[in-house]
Design a binder for this molecule. Structure first.
Ligand code: FMN
Ligand SMILES: CCCCCCC(=O)C(=O)O
Length: 302
């Protein structure tokens, strides 16, 4: 490639050369046949822009707020695991990037830098993503650490009762390092020669029994607003609102979980319309306490 990379595809090409194959495959792969992975890209390609002309664009302001936090654009850094597999500074460098761009960073539960390291590295607004471990005490401790360090919200990833079947990781026998956040609490180093070690790690630690009633438990251990990540249907968006969370993140986890699930962008509009209809139908009932809660939750992230 000649000169500096100018788009994400060119960065990906550089990464392909720079990274060990095991890590490159982990970062870029989807689940099973990778049908949804292709659909994620194709569905964006099918969206065609309808340009309007002779509009004053000399000053553009895309800033908005998410859960009351200012952001320079309606873009958030999604929580992604183990940045140190690609860069020595890991998530600390990502947080600095978020601060420089004035956008919110989602820090993964499976980060290679600790919650405290990321918090003290810069003043980016940070939300903390969690998986719920079978050892709930560990998850509660992590939530409290994030709360203490000024994270602005908890993102509960709800599409991963177990890790998606990622065939490249199985072939590579993908290994996770010991994650510093959990040192002294639980081992995250799973080494076996039977396929993906990170799949084994998730199967050994993630609570596959997690369900809607557990949102009450999460609400009972934190005052932070909760976002549910991994919603792909209107039915679940409504359930999330009924559960009283502050917002939802429509996502198919980068097609790394359930293959043949819809591309995220293809279901976003339907879910948004459903939530708008709820808001409209609730407006006339505003005086009921419960309705207020619904209204607040629905309007946050439409
Ligand atoms: C390498 C990699 C690691 C990821 N790790 C996590 C994670 O630890 N927690 C999580 O909730 N999502 C994780 N994701 C999913 C992303 O947060 C996000 O959902 C995905 O990149 C697709 O973006 P979208 O949800 O906006 O469609 C990961 C994605 C990638 C590519
Ligand atoms: C260290 C185990 C990896 C956990 C899974 C992280 C994730 O969500 C992913 O998509 O990968």
């Amino acid at each position: 490639m000649a000169g500096e990379p100018v788009n994400v595809n060119e960065f990906q090409e550089l990464a392909r050369h720079a990274l060990p194959k095991m890590y490159y495959d982990y970062y870029t792969g989807g689940a099973e046949d990778q049908h949804t992975l292709k659909e994620n890209v194709e569905s964006f390609r099918r969206i065609i822009i309808r340009p309007r002309i002779l509009v004053d664009v000399s000053k553009i302001d895309m800033s908005t707020t998410i859960l009351g936090h200012k952001t320079s654009a309606p873009i958030m850094i999604a929580p992604t695991a183990m940045h140190k597999l690609a860069h020595l500074e890991g998530e600390v460098a990502t947080a600095r990037g978020a601060a420089a761009c004035d956008v919110i960073m989602g820090l993964s539960y499976m980060s290679t830098c600790t919650v405290e390291e990321v918090a003290s590295s810069c003043n980016a607004v940070r939300f903390f993503q969690i998986y719920v471990y079978k050892r709930r005490d560990i998850t509660a401790l992590m939530v409290h650490r994030a709360e203490k360090k000024g994270f602005g919200a908890i993102i509960l990833t709800a599409d991963t009762p177990r890790l998606g079947r990622r065939e490249a990781d199985i072939k590579n026998k993908m290994i996770a390092p010991q994650l510093k956040n959990f040192e002294g609490l639980i081992s995250t180093e799973y080494v076996s020669d039977k396929g993906s070690n990170i799949e084994a790690l998730a199967a050994g630690t993630f609570d596959a029994s997690l369900c809607w009633k557990d949102i009450e438990w999460l609400k009972s251990i934190t005052k932070l607003p909760i976002l549910i990540k991994g919603i792909l249907t209107s039915e679940d968006a409504i359930k999330a609102i009924e559960a009283g969370v502050a917002g939802i993140i429509v996502s198919n986890h980068g097609a790394r979980q359930l293959d043949y699930a819809p591309a995220t962008i293809s279901v976003l509009e339907e879910i948004q319309h459903t939530l708008e209809e709820i808001i409209n139908s609730m407006t006339y009932q505003m005086y009921s306490k419960n309705s207020w809660r619904w209204l607040n939750a629905a309007s946050c992230h439409v």
